[in-house]
Write a protein that binds this ligand. Structure first.
Ligand code: BG6
Length: 501
């Protein structure tokens, strides 16, 4: 039987626009473990639906696996609800029916034999010459049993495995997980995902730094005073209390996403845009990272967290963390990187803010306003509709010398290409299907990050309460003093489309 291709109908322009080589060469059977969980519903099922229906994959079958005792029809209902609720694009019914046909479901109780049977049936229906992608969307303590199940079901051959973060919960568990994983899968089959690296603006950091002659010469301790990577979220836990209680904000966000962004910001120019050279430069940043001093960390917990369902009433899990991190190398010695993230905060933002050193201001008269609004900044917004801003002091028109803070801003919206942005998981799943490790993390990098985290994990400072809707516990201000947090912004982003037209 010829491999089935899930594509938009012939009249659709998207399928035609996809250049050859962007997707995998072979049809794919996706084994999605944790298929009814939060991540699968929010991102993975809508993402696979888009990849399959837009023609990125030359044939695709998705086998959902989870503890839930469902049949395939019930799984289709879950998938449809997920796509309707979370897909950023309008759902075309013909595409949906093709995707629904490609779904299958195996409860964990069916064991290795049940899973093996479903994968073989899927492969047969795709014409045989397929590749397997195992996506483990499960908490760290369930990862190994899923790996063993895949081994027992003899599904390792022709496969790649995507492992969700956090990878382990500390150095020992990450080393042990890597060791046990290697008993079943070879390193080149393993894709440790960090979806922040799949965000278009995160990759744009590389373009910005290394494709322009203007910025790289000033990208160091001589010109940069400090860096902030700030990812406040308004979201609470949703249905993730079980996962979050074991994890907390540091393991969920910092040791994973925020440190990966630090690496893109701080690394030396790689010799090529390829997995080896990029990982090498990122790992050098991690090797230069000074172990996190608990004195440089503020942990917080929003009011009411302990009375949420699934949360220990005496929980010490942090829902907020802010910290100072230092990179002790020639480029960055003495430049603090301030990181902050947390749940139920005042605003949802994902920004990187680079504060430049201030010049001597002696020629400007007192009261001119120079320096009054902080240093000049370069700011990246990591939203899918990304933005960038360079702020500077300029003269206010009229007599005398009054200075105002001005800015040059770029918004992805203005390019007309926003529709081409692949959601981070879509991009990374596609890369894994093609066997491209460039935007994935390595065992060495992850183990080093757990190593620098050790002092903090062993002696965490107490959690401080903060009210929902605030910016975290009060002590965050001492952490950055004499600097200040960029958020909340004093001046909002300029509306890229002020007329709404
Ligand atoms: C996930 C975390 O990895 O990233 C979540 O587990 C967090 O707690 C999410 O909300 C944030 O990702 P994004 O893409 O929405 O910024």
């Amino acid at each position: 039987m010829a491999p089935r291709c899930l594509r938009y109908g012939s009249g659709d322009s998207l399928a035609k626009k996809i250049p050859p080589g962007v997707g995998p060469r072979f049809p794919q059977v996706v084994v999605l473990v944790g298929a009814t969980g939060d991540l699968a519903r929010r991102k993975l099922l809508p993402g696979l639906f888009h990849l399959a229906s837009a023609g990125f994959i030359p044939g695709c079958k998705v086998i959902g696996v989870s503890l839930d005792e469902l049949d395939v029809e019930a799984f289709r209902v879950i998938a449809r609800e997920a796509v309707d609720t979370f897909a950023p694009r309008k759902v075309n019914e013909a595409d949906w029916h093709a995707f629904a046909d490609s779904l299958d479901y195996v409860p964990l109780s069916a064991g290795a034999a049940g899973l093996k049977h479903a994968v073989h049936a899927a492969e047969e229906s795709l014409g045989g010459n397929c590749r397997r992608i195992h996506y483990l969307s499960v908490p760290p303590n369930a990862a190994l049993s899923a790996v063993r199940l895949l081994g027992e079901a003899e599904l390792v051959e022709h496969s790649r495995i995507i492992m969700e973060k956090p990878f382990g919960t500390d150095l020992e568990s990450a080393v042990s997980l890597n060791g046990k994983l290697h008993e079943v899968f070879a390193e080149e089959q393993i894709f440790r995902i960090d979806h922040f690296l799949g965000k278009e603006p995160a990759q744009n950091i590389l373009a910005f730094r290394f494709a322009n002659g203007l910025f790289e010469p000033i990208w160091n301790r001589n010109f940069i005073d400090h860096v902030q990577i700030d990812v406040p979220e308004t979201l609470g836990l949703g249905k993730r209390a079980g996962f979050y209680e074991q994890t907390g904000a540091y393991r969920d966000m910092v040791v994973t996403h925020l440190f990966q962004i630090v690496a893109f910001m701080a690394m030396e120019p790689p010799t090529a845009l390829a997995p080896g050279p990029i990982s090498e430069e990122k790992n050098k940043v991690f090797r230069s990272m000074v172990p996190i001093d608990p004195k440089d960390v503020v942990r917080g917990q929003y009011g009411g967290y302990r009375s949420e369902e699934g949360v220990d009433p005496a929980s010490e899990t942090e829902t907020f963390v802010a910290l100072k991190c230092m990179i002790d190398n020639w480029r960055w010695a003495g430049v603090p990187f301030f990181l902050r993230t947390g749940k139920k905060l005042a605003e949802g933002q994902r920004i990187i803010s680079i504060a430049f050193r201030e010049p001597p201001k002696s020629m400007f008269p007192a009261g001119s306003g120079v320096g009054a609004e902080g240093p000049d900044h370069l700011t990246f917004d990591l939203a899918d509709a990304s933005k960038m801003s360079l702020s500077f002091y300029g003269k206010r028109p009229g007599p005398g010398m009054r200075l105002d803070k001005l800015s040059l801003q770029f918004a992805m919206h203005e390019t007309g290409l926003i529709g081409d942005v692949l959601e981070a998981y879509e991009r990374l799943i596609l890369d894994a299907m093609r066997g491209d490790h460039t935007l994935f993390t390595t065992a060495e990098g992850i183990e080093r990050l757990w190593e620098v985290s050790k002092p903090l994990l062993e002696m965490p400072p107490p959690v401080r309460a903060y009210p929902s809707g605030s910016w975290g516990p009060k002590s965050i201000h001492q952490l950055v003093a004499p600097n200040a947090w960029r958020l909340p912004f004093e001046r909002g982003w300029r509306d890229p489309n002020p007329t709404g037209g």
